[in-house]
Write a protein that binds this ligand. Structure first.
Ligand SMILES: Cc1ncc(COP(=O)(O)O)c(C=O)c1O
Length: 417
């Protein structure tokens, strides 16, 4: 992988922040976009813009073809052979809500159990919490172990004949843990084949090769903006037979087959779930992002991430007073590294790093139950992607040293401001 060549594709990486070259290490929040994606958006609006699936004129046919080609590219990227199982939504959050409304509200009843882990992003937590409250279902929360991995014994114990839905993230947005998704699915399906499994792949699809059918789940969701694509486009994959049984989530244009004065019938998959004018440019942009990642090869993306993470963890661990959360073995985790420096607030860490042109995230990372479980209120988080290099990790380490110096932290975790 030629990182310099890749970096040249990302115009924003030439930006200076506070007089320093940008070191963008906030990729778990959103990724930057290569010129191939930016140019595709411009090309679409300059040459093909029209509404889809309804016009007979040339532009409309072209826009429709481009949209459906993007769907096919996305399906291929995650090993799905039937593109009509790929539903375009706004983001991972909307995909999970779609399942909760269209499948959950019909199938989860009073006393039923929903099993999920304490490490879920709010998107995959609050949705089920609210559904459980509404329907009188029980939320069963599985803990994680000291490495940030799902406690498999507790996971097995949580499953009962009342379990209707099991859900977990593929990769944690806080700990970087890569969950053994195939194993977890086989634990569930081996005992309770009727239980529905939804996997939140928002942090996985951008970083590791994903073959959805191999995993064996029922629903899998991800989001375009974390994988070099535009914002406002995400993906719900569902098994055809389940999607077919589900009623629509939103009603209106595009999603109908026939509308009569007294009743209506629904369009075929996936359009039954795509009411109104979709994010056509966003989907086409996501198609370009998928082309870009495929050209590099997801095995190479992952290999680069392992190298960079190993280097970052070994350098950061050398700093006294730093506490890195989760797994230290880079082969078992993604490129998300959350840490705290003594008892300095993560926002202070992020703000000093910003003064050095280094962008990281700080806060609770939309995972307050996990923060509570870990006994912390916030953490700093550096997360890498295809365009990050070793030099940027060195700058991160120097930045953390500056944080310590600014706060005059000594090795007893005392701060003298
Ligand atoms: C693990 C995980 N799930 C879901 C989401 C939600 O993604 P989006 O905001 O694009 O819906 C995120 C975003 O940070 C995430 O990290």
């Amino acid at each position: 992988m030629n990182i310099q060549k890749i970096r040249n594709d990302f115009p924003i990486l030439k930006r200076k922040i506070n007089g320093k070259l940008l070191a963008y290490l906030d990729n778990a929040a959103t990724s930057q976009k290569p010129k191939q994606v930016i140019d595709m958006l411009s090309h679409y609006y300059s040459k093909h813009n029209a509404n889809v699936h309804r016009g007979i004129h040339t532009l409309s046919v072209e826009a429709t073809e481009e949209l459906e080609l993007a769907r096919k590219k996305v399906a291929d990227f995650v090993g799905v052979s039937d593109p009509s199982e790929i539903v375009f939504v706004r983001n991972a959050t909307e995909a999970i809500n779609l399942v909760a409304y269209a499948w959950g509200r019909l199938n989860i009843e009073k006393g039923d159990e929903i099993v999920l882990t304490v490490a879920e992003h709010h998107s995959n937590f609050v949705v089920w919490q609210q559904l459980a409250m509404e329907n009188g279902a029980v939320l069963k929360i599985v803990p994680i172990d000291e490495n940030g991995e799902v406690d498999q014994e507790a996971f097995k114990e949580a499953l009962t004949k009342k379990t209707k839905l099991v859900t977990f993230c593929h990769v944690s947005n806080v700990l970087g843990t890569i969950n053994p998704v195939e194993k977890l699915v086989s634990i569930v399906k081996g005992q309770w084949s009727n239980v529905i499994i939804l996997i939140d792949g928002a942090q996985a699809v951008p970083h590791v090769p994903v073959d959805i059918p191999r995993i064996g789940c029922d629903f899998y969701v991800f989001t375009g903006h974390k994988m070099l694509g535009p914002t406002g486009i995400g993906v719900l994959w569902g098994k055809r037979e389940i999607l077919e049984e589900m009623p629509p989530f939103l009603f209106g244009g595009e999603m109908i087959s026939k509308v009569r004065l007294d009743n209506s019938t629904w369009n075929e998959l996936p359009w039954k779930f795509e009411a109104g004018t979709p994010n056509i440019a966003g989907a086409i942009g996501l198609g370009a992002a998928v082309d870009y990642l495929s050209k590099i090869g997801m095995e190479n993306v992952r290999a680069h991430e392992i190298e960079l993470t190993e280097y970052a963890i070994s350098r950061l661990s050398g700093i006294q007073d730093i506490r890195i959360l989760g797994q230290k073995d880079s082969k078992k985790r993604g490129g998300v590294i959350s840490f705290n420096v003594g008892n300095i607030h993560a926002h202070d860490v992020a703000s000093i790093l910003d003064s050095e042109g280094i962008a990281i995230r700080s806060g609770h990372h939309c995972a307050q139950p996990l923060m509570e479980f870990l006994g912390i209120s916030s953490a700093a988080r550096a997360s890498s992607y295809v365009y990050n290099n070793f030099e940027e990790i060195d700058r991160l380490v120097e930045g953390v040293m500056k944080v310590k110096k600014t706060f005059k932290i000594n090795s007893k975790h005392e701060i003298h401001v």
